[in-house]
Ligand binder design. Structure first.
Ligand SMILES: NC(=O)c1ccc[n+]([C@@H]2O[C@H](COP(=O)([O-])OP(=O)(O)OC[C@H]3O[C@@H](n4cnc5c(N)ncnc54)[C@H](OP(=O)(O)O)[C@@H]3O)[C@@H](O)[C@H]2O)c1
Length: 252
């Protein structure tokens, strides 16, 4: 399927590895020029080089912490008029409720709620002015299903979801969409088990309760993201789309 976005410009945050990288690859395959990001400049350079090798698109690397306002300004400077923004970031570490400090909660909310809102704020007027915009936020299935120890992540992402539910409706008439992808269990570094556990056994254990009977891949996640960014998805906005192999059990 031609996604109709060849030549569009995309900022893909936290995209040197994992799900963000999957989104960057799929958008590059669709012909988008990219700004990619991650803190480890070596890993970022490797991903950028792979994208340049495989697809004839422009790739600019912006290395650093996407939660840092100065880094956000660098991302926007590298692509002042983006057509597509994929918001992604690391997630807060697993912590017992009783161990959480005020600063840990603030850091998580900054990472997973405030940072994407700030980036959307920086790009949305340009998108509405140009009459095209696609914003995809990588959140988590934990917005629907609490995961013990990841409460800061769940709360921050749920806050982002509610915040944007209203904003999405204010820009829909200008062909700007805002949607959230909710990963369930996908095969990335984030889900890798301890060193002393056999990776195949670890994955099988994680997949035991997934109707699809396997972990998802960053590549298939990226293709769904690219479709949401396509010209065909202009009438799909304000939605939460689990990418979870059927793990979230609900008729609606
Ligand atoms: N994989 C899953 O099944 C799953 C499920 C639910 C939710 N999620 C959420 O989805 C998001 C992506 O997960 P993933 O599995 O792709 O993780 P991952 O494999 O660990 O990759 C994370 C990517 O984000 C970058 N990153 C992390 N913190 C960053 C920061 N502060 N600034 C810029 N880049 C940063 C990493 O590069 P550097 O480390 O070099 O910065 C890396 O490129 C996370 O928020 C995660 O919590 C994932």
């Amino acid at each position: 399927m031609d996604l109709g976005i060849k030549g569009k410009k995309a900022i893909v945050c936290a995209s040197s590895r994992g799900l963000g990288r999957g989104c960057a690859l799929a958008l590059a395959e669709a012909g988008c020029d990219l700004v990619v990001n991650g803190r480890d400049s070596k890993a970022l350079a490797a991903t950028a080089a792979e994208i340049r090798d495989r697809f004839a698109v422009g790739v600019v690397e912006v290395a650093g912490d996407v939660s840092d306002p100065a880094m956000q300004a660098e991302l926007i400077a590298a692509c002042p008029a983006p057509d597509i923004l994929v918001n992604n970031n690391g997630g807060p570490p697993r912590r017992e409720f009783s161990d959480l400090t005020r600063q840990m909660i603030l850091d998580g909310v900054t990472q997973n709620m405030i940072t994407p809102i700030e980036l959307i704020k920086a790009v949305i007027d340009g998108m509405t002015g140009r009459g095209f915009g696609r914003i995809v936020n990588i959140t988590s299935l934990s917005v629907y299903v609490p995961i013990p120890g990841l409460d800061v992540s769940s709360g921050a992402r749920a806050g982002l979801t509610s915040f944007l539910a209203g904003i999405a409706r204010t820009v829909a008439s200008r062909n700007v969409t805002i949607n959230n992808l909710l990963p369930g269990k996908l095969d990335t570094d984030r889900l890798r088990g301890p060193k002393d556990v056999d990776p195949a056994q670890h994955k099988a254990r994680l997949a035991a309760d997934i109707p699809a009977a396997r972990l998802g891949t960053p590549e298939e996640f990226g293709q769904i993201c690219a479709f949401l960014c396509s010209v065909h998805a202009g009438y799909l906005t304000g939605q939460n789309i689990p990418v979870d192999g059927g793990l979230y059990t609900s008729a609606f």
